[in-house]
Structures are given as C-alpha cells and as structure tokens.
Ligand binder design. Structure first.
Ligand SMILES: [Zn+2]
Ligand SMILES: [Zn+2]
Ligand SMILES: [Zn+2]
Ligand SMILES: [Zn+2]
Ligand SMILES: [Zn+2]
Length: 217
C-alpha cells in the first residue's frame, strides 16, 4: 500500500486491499516550513523569541517564498506569514485578527488591541484611574518591560521607524497635558507619585519645567 508508510497513513486500515508493511507514519516528516521563512520581527530589528523562534533568523530573504514547500498540515497553529501587511498582527490576548486600534509596547513586538492591553494592565493597578503608570510593567506574553502603552491605528514591530515615531509623538503629547497629581498641590509642596519619571507636564507658574529629584515611587 502506497499510503501506509506516509505520515498520513492509510485511512482504510485493516480493510485495505493492499499489503501494509513496516511502521505507519515511518516516512520522514519534512522540516517545518517556518524554518525556511524569515522571521518578520527579526527582519524588523529584533525578535524576543531568540533561538527558540519558529522562524528563520537571517538577513537573506527566502527565494522559495511562493514556490516553496506547501504548508505542513501537522502544524495548524503556525501563524500565517503570507501577508505581513494584514492580519499578521493578531491580538495576543483575545486573538482578534484585526484590532481597530493597537496598543504598542516599547519593550517588545507583541501586538495587542488597545483595549485588551489596557484592561490587562489595569487589572494589576490598585488605582484604576491611573492609565499611565510610571512604574515599570511587563508584556503579558514575554515579560519585556515597558513603562506605558502607546495607542496606534497600525501595528509596528520593535525597531520599525514608525513605531519609534509613534511612541515619541505620543510622549510629546502627554508632556503637553498637565499632570493631575502635580496640579493638585500648589506652592512649595509639589507632588507627583511618578516624580521625574512622570510623562505628564510638571510646570512652574512662570511656565518653566518643574523637575523632581525623585523618580517613580
Ligand atoms: Zn492501505
Ligand atoms: Zn524570530
Ligand atoms: Zn485583543
Ligand atoms: Zn512581548
Ligand atoms: Zn506627574
């Protein structure tokens, strides 16, 4: 039987009219196709999976991209890489393939819905009104530290120039918003729990920046 020694095996089993010789599934399985597919995070400047990444870490793009071996059916959970520009950045928390807006983390290339990552972080906050915390927090997937979440309509992996620009732009906008802790106390007893690590505006009455000696508590 020509099916018996394939990885699929013979579906007819004992009722097959051909001879079943050897071990079912003994044929060597082809290497996972992912190993030949360049890692999109690595190509963009950094992959947190390192040596354990399913994808290939190398500079040269695979010449067999379209004519390469067909997808291995035994790996149904492998992420699709055919169209990196869409659907490739599903939310790690809810698996939504096309989040309306993403929450970018500084520290890694994991993709999240803005709502999912905010909810996940808020769960760890004692004060739910603190959207932005100066306290270092970690990615739910890889534990890479990031101090805040940047809203973005598009997803960019770490090292992508648009990611850097989006985060810098968001920081610049935060710095124009008066810190709600800072404005609470006038006079010499200025206070903000995040001190000089706060991303919001700390300003003296004369318009000059107020700089705390301490950082986040
Ligand atoms: Zn058979
Ligand atoms: Zn990788
Ligand atoms: Zn989500
Ligand atoms: Zn991560
Ligand atoms: Zn502040």
């Amino acid at each position: 039987c020509r099916f018996y020694n394939t990885s699929r095996g013979c579906l007819r089993g004992d009722s097959c009219r051909y001879r079943h010789i050897g071990t079912p599934g003994a044929a060597p399985k082809p290497a996972p196709t992912q190993r030949n597919t360049p890692c999109k995070f690595y190509a963009a400047g950094g992959c947190n999976r390192g040596d354990s990444c399913f994808f290939k870490h190398g500079s040269e793009p695979s010449p067999l991209r379209t004519s390469g071996p067909s997808k291995e059916a035994s790996l149904p959970t492998a992420p699709r890489i055919d169209k990196p520009e869409e659907n490739a950045y599903a939310c790690v928390i809810c698996f939504d393939e096309k989040p309306i807006s993403y929450g970018l983390l500084e520290g890694c290339s994991h993709s999240f819905c803005l709502e999912c990552i905010r909810a996940w972080r808020a769960a760890g906050d004692k004060d739910h009104s603190v959207i932005m915390s100066g306290v270092i927090k970690t990615c739910p997937a890889c534990r890479a530290p990031s101090s805040f979440i940047t809203p973005s309509t598009n997803f960019y992996p770490s090292g992508h120039p648009m990611k850097i620009r989006t985060i810098e732009g968001y920081k610049a906008n935060l710095a124009k918003i008066p810190c709600k802790y800072f404005i609470r106390r006038r006079g010499p007893n200025r206070y903000c729990p995040f001190g000089r690590d706060c991303f919001y505006q700390h300003q003296n009455v004369d318009g000059t920046p107020y700089v705390f000696e301490h950082g986040a508590e």
